[in-house]
Design a binder for this molecule. Structure first.
Ligand SMILES: [Zn+2]
Ligand SMILES: [Zn+2]
Ligand SMILES: [Zn+2]
Ligand SMILES: [Zn+2]
Length: 345
């Protein structure tokens, strides 16, 4: 029996627990998997998952691992997916882990206040900002997205900037049921070019755009959901995605879904307020930033120090390593937000 077990675990990935018939296949798997301590981990069996969604499936189903599911049902938090020490500790934890929407009155507060412009370059305390847009329709069939409302908040959910935006193209569908935007709101609104420049300047924070490197220097960190899309409308450069929050298929989940699943409340019912999107985005960011992951000197596979982790070793040497040793030299292929907490602190 011991021999059999030894044989079965010899070629088992130390991160995702996948079994391989041959060691060379495990080595090949490790080369392309970029397993790391930053991947979401089951608090019961220690398995690493590519995304929180696959961890959720592992714990809750549709096809959960029976033993993990049993423990999770007893003392696992359905929002952050952490395991607590007892059912009592779980109840105490979940009261704080589940958030509520809060600041419900924002839409009304801003109904008559068209512009709120707190973007000031000397605002040194604000290192991380969240941005969200609401789109109206342009083009003959109204399907072209045009940014008509924008909101930027700081880490503490304070509004730094809020404005209706006058698009460059004529609006053919105001999408009133979800945007709540009326023609008169946009008539004298800030032109999109002006907004772009303002936000770009704020994000650069005095650093010339060609000098900006990701997450270093004075430039601010921008978080958002579906930023690719918003950024395109604003023609801004920076985008950020967080792979652990995306589905394994690489299709990202909607902000509405993520907010419900990971923060425990509803957004985007009826008329949507970009402030709510900003708050949800920032809360997701903060939750991910405070994940307790082991600190490594060079956490990314792309760090020059790690470039040779799998290439400099000869195949034979890699095949002689244990699964744990192979995992130990493997590094993440995405930037984990927990690394932000390190350089802020
Ligand atoms: Zn694996
Ligand atoms: Zn991390
Ligand atoms: Zn598990
Ligand atoms: Zn929790």
């Amino acid at each position: 029996m011991w021999l059999l077990n030894g044989f079965l675990t010899r070629n088992k990935c130390a991160a995702c627990y996948k079994q391989f018939n041959k060691k060379e296949h495990l080595v090949e798997h490790m080369r392309i998997s970029y397993h790391s301590v930053h991947e979401p981990m089951c608090g019961i069996c220690g398995k690493r998952c590519r995304s929180f969604e696959s961890l959720r499936e592992h714990l809750i189903g549709p096809l959960p691992k029976a033993e993990c599911e049993r423990v999770f049902r007893d003392r696992g938090c359905t929002f952050c997916l952490n395991i607590l020490s007892s059912p009592h500790a779980l109840r105490f934890h979940q009261d704080r882990c589940q958030l509520s929407r809060g600041n419900n009155g924002v839409l009304h507060r801003f109904a008559n206040l068209r512009i709120h412009d707190g973007l000031r370059i000397e605002n040194e305390k604000t290192r991380v900002v969240a941005l969200a847009c609401k789109m109206v329709g342009g083009g003959s069939d109204g399907s072209l997205d045009l940014c008509a409302r924008i909101c930027v908040i700081d880490e503490y959910e304070n509004i730094l900037f809020h404005s209706y935006v006058k698009p460059q193209l004529p609006v053919t569908n105001y999408r009133y049921e979800s945007t709540g935007i009326r023609p008169e709101y946009l008539r004298d609104a800030m032109p999109i070019r002006h907004v772009q420049r303002k936000i770009q300047d704020f994000l650069c924070n005095g650093e010339p755009i060609w000098k900006i490197r990701p997450r270093s220097g004075k430039a601010r960190i921008l978080v958002g959901h579906g930023l690719d899309h918003d950024m395109k409308c604003l023609e801004l450069e920076d985008t950020s995605k967080y792979p652990p929050l995306m589905k394994t298929s690489k299709l990202s989940n909607s902000l509405k879904y993520l907010t419900k699943a990971y923060l425990g409340y509803d957004i985007q019912n009826g008329i949507q307020d970009p402030y709510d999107d900003c708050v949800a985005t920032m809360r997701l960011y903060r939750r991910m930033r405070y994940q307790a992951h082991r600190i490594e000197d060079y956490p990314l596979a792309t760090d020059p120090q790690n470039k040779n982790n799998f290439t400099s070793w000869r195949q034979g040497e890699l095949e002689r390593m244990s699964p744990d040793e192979l995992f130990a030299i493997s590094r993440s292929d995405y930037y984990c937000w927990c690394l932000d907490s390190k350089d802020v602190a």
